[in-house]
Design a protein around this ligand. Structure first.
Ligand code: MG
Length: 369
């Protein structure tokens, strides 16, 4: 049962190249399936989420992170009566525009582009992937996704002012994205905030005492659990507290969003689009907990000395390869070389690098230097 303000597949604005309807899959289900069968999606398996150089069989990579985001998003969408197929397609696509080596790779790539007066943006790169770089169908380039999925890829986590991005005009930049897309930014954050605490602990960069001192929501649950299971192994108490934090975020997100929708008087999708602000969000208390958690991770995990060497290596590899191919474009593979002239050379090099997995870029780097 879809809510009155949910996106409906039968009212989709459709695809760039019209296609006959599928006999039993709706357009968003087809889009979800196209994303899963894309090369960019498979590459997520070998792209860094947080950890590149330290190994555990249990750390998240960008693919397992993506699956976690899809799970959380489906749960929240079902509670709110939103379109689960659209949410799932958006969740599975949300990170396909990420370059190798996580945030460090993205930062290095963007810095190299800025030196040429350009920039790198992973949402816009994801759009280029689904519009052009995936080439698997006879009749068009790209995946020919529905408008709603492309719109969500562009707008879920960032507002692009219409005046600055005329090339994105078709995506209704002056209106809010549907709730299905609004959710994504928040479920993504729920997934990585909790998973990064888990992986940081697994990596022994974070310890329980540190997390208890830095994340009040975690501490509150940990105290309860200590009382009840004092003799349990620390790892299990940690897991249980983290699970309760995850549950707090997810439950609050749907309850608070449902309340906001009710208070706002929003009844239809066009009401959602025309509303003055995003309706998906946390209550003020849980918003504070979210922000504390994020801050804690920034200070204690992402910027930890333990991760510095792999971040430095990521930056060096991206920077050196970018300089190598911009100086010697004849060394680019033929498919990319052909694009020089149609697009500025730095953009061609950036697109090539952004598509790489961690392994592939290291191989290229070893060969080039
Ligand atoms: Mg993500």
């Amino acid at each position: 049962m879809l809510a009155s303000f949910a996106v409906r597949a039968e009212r989709s604005r459709g695809r760039r190249y019209p296609e006959a309807p599928h006999p039993y899959r709706n357009p968003f289900q087809r889009d979800r399936d196209r994303v899963i069968h894309s090369r960019a999606f498979r590459r997520l398996e070998n792209k860094t989420q947080v950890f590149t150089g330290r190994y555990s069989d249990h750390f998240r990579n960008r693919l397992t992170h993506t699956i976690e985001v899809a799970q959380i998003s489906r749960t929240v969408a079902a509670q709110l009566g939103l379109n689960g197929d659209l949410v799932e397609a958006l969740a599975l696509a949300h990170d396909i525009g990420h370059p190798p080596f996580g945030h460090a790779g993205e930062k290095a790539l963007d810095a190299m582009m800025r030196a040429h007066g350009l920039y790198f943006d992973h949402n816009l790169h994801a759009l280029r992937i689904v519009e052009d770089f995936e080439h698997r169908y006879l009749e068009f380039r790209g995946l020919n996704l529905t408008f709603e999925v492309r719109e969500g890829i562009v707008k879920h986590s960032h507002t692009y002012p219409a005046a600055e991005y005329p090339e994105l005009a078709e995506y209704l930049l002056d209106s809010q994205p549907p709730l299905e897309a609004q959710l994504l930014d928040l479920t993504d954050e729920i997934a990585y905030n909790t998973a990064d605490l888990d992986d940081g602990y697994e990596a022994r960069i974070l310890n329980v005492e540190q997390v208890r001192a830095g994340v009040k929501a975690f501490e509150r649950y940990y105290v309860e659990i200590e009382r009840q299971f004092a003799d349990a192994p620390e790892r299990l108490k940690f897991n249980e507290a983290l699970k309760r934090v995850l549950n707090l975020f997810v439950t609050d997100l749907w309850e608070h969003t449902a309340a906001k929708v009710r208070e706002s008087g929003v009844e239809t999708l066009s009401d959602v689009r025309g509303y003055g602000e995003r309706l998906a969000g946390f209550s003020p208390e849980v918003e504070a907990a979210r922000s504390e958690c994020k801050q804690f991770l920034a200070e204690n995990l992402y910027s930890s000395a333990a991760l510095a060497p792999e971040k430095e290596r990521a930056e060096r590899v991206v920077t050196e390869l970018f300089a190598y191919w911009t100086a010697s474009p004849e060394k680019l593979p033929v498919g990319h070389r052909e694009k020089v002239g149609q697009e500025p050379l730095p953009r061609v090099v950036c697109d090539y690098i952004a598509g790489m997995t961690d392994n592939y870029i290291l191989e290229q780097h070893a060969r080039a230097t």
